[in-house]
Design a protein around this ligand. Structure first.
Ligand code: ATP
Ligand code: MG
Length: 282
């Protein structure tokens, strides 16, 4: 049975009597230990999707399930890392206390040890008593990742987690997440704007259409594990996957217009987003 299932998911936001359909109809499943990346144009509904999957938002239609049970509130076995670390860490708490915070309600034995090991896993073993504002952006994002690790999730959702860090830090964090994944066997759903990153990290890449989003294309990434920033990216197959994802994104608006013409759909009044993706953002 898949760990995560999304069935006929739709989400419309209502405000001032007007509806914006962010997600039109999504169906996919994620298997245990799988790494699935989600790419798509800005505003197509990626964050909305993660919020529905994590029980932070109620879908307008369809459902999401964890191990066959419908998600109606944040599932205990799931952690989420958001893009904006500056808003996700508490500035008045030390690094150690930020990481320990979500464990208050968890019955995990040896919480102090878990916090210490999580910080060591992300290379921050030496700064547990610093405050977030004493750390660089990349270090703060590591704290957010350590906090998710300490929680010992079975499923980790990450929403553009490395968008605000420099290229070198980004590559290090990519490899950190890959090593965490293989060490702890976590199932990961990862939203990114970076096509290279999606191909490098994933077992599967889902390309979403412009809003309201549907799955436009699914690519299975059959590159050898473990991945390596230099050798993996030098593989001819890597360039070919990258080109396929890029092409799928470029073709998105035209394909969606065709689909709408065929089914005469008027679903959704969200303005079509402009793809903001590039083959690489580095
Ligand atoms: N709280 C809200 N109320 C109304 N509309 C919203 C709300 N949140 C998101 N939307 C709309 O839903 C659509 C999808 O937004 P979402 O944030 O999920 O996109 P995204 O794919 O994550 O974009 P980005 O790549 O820029 O992060 C957009 O049209 C957005 O304006
Ligand atoms: Mg988003």
């Amino acid at each position: 049975m898949p760990v995560l299932e999304v069935e006929g998911l739709s989400k419309t936001y209502y405000s001032d009597g007007r509806g914006t359909t962010a997600i039109r109809r999504l169906d996919f499943a994620v298997e245990e230990h799988e790494f699935v990346s989600i790419v798509g144009p800005s505003g197509c509904g990626k964050t909305t999707l993660l919020k529905c999957v994590s029980g932070l938002l109620t879908p307008s239609g369809g459902r999401t399930m964890i191990r066959g049970a419908e998600v109606t509130s944040p599932p205990p076995e799931m952690a989420v890392v958001f893009q904006d670390y500056s808003r996700s860490l508490f500035p008045w708490l030390t690094v150690r206390k930020n990481v320990a915070l979500p464990l208050r309600r968890r019955s995990i034995s040896g919480k102090d040890r878990v916090v210490r090991e999580s910080l060591e896993a992300v290379g921050l073993g030496k700064v547990p008593d610093h405050y977030p504002w004493q750390l660089s952006g990349g270090m703060q994002q590591r704290v957010a990742i350590a906090r998710a690790l300490a929680y010992q999730p079975k499923v980790l959702l990450m929403d553009e987690p490395f968008a605000s860090v420099d290229a070198q830090t980004r590559a290090e964090l990519e490899d950190l997440v890959l090593s965490v994944r293989s060490e702890f066997g976590v199932t990961i759903v990862f939203v990114t704007h970076d096509i290279d990153e999606a191909v490098y990290m994933s077992d599967r890449v889902l390309v979403l259409s412009p809003p309201p989003c549907e799955i436009q294309e699914t690519l299975v990434i059959d590159l050898p594990l473990p991945r390596d920033q230099i050798t993996t990216k030098a593989e001819p197959a890597f360039a070919s996957y990258r080109a396929r994802v890029y092409r799928a994104i470029q073709e998105g608006p035209a394909l969606q217009a065709q689909r709408r013409a065929i089914d005469g759909s008027t679903t959704g009044d969200g303005a079509p987003g402009q793809p903001e993706l590039s083959p690489t953002s580095r």
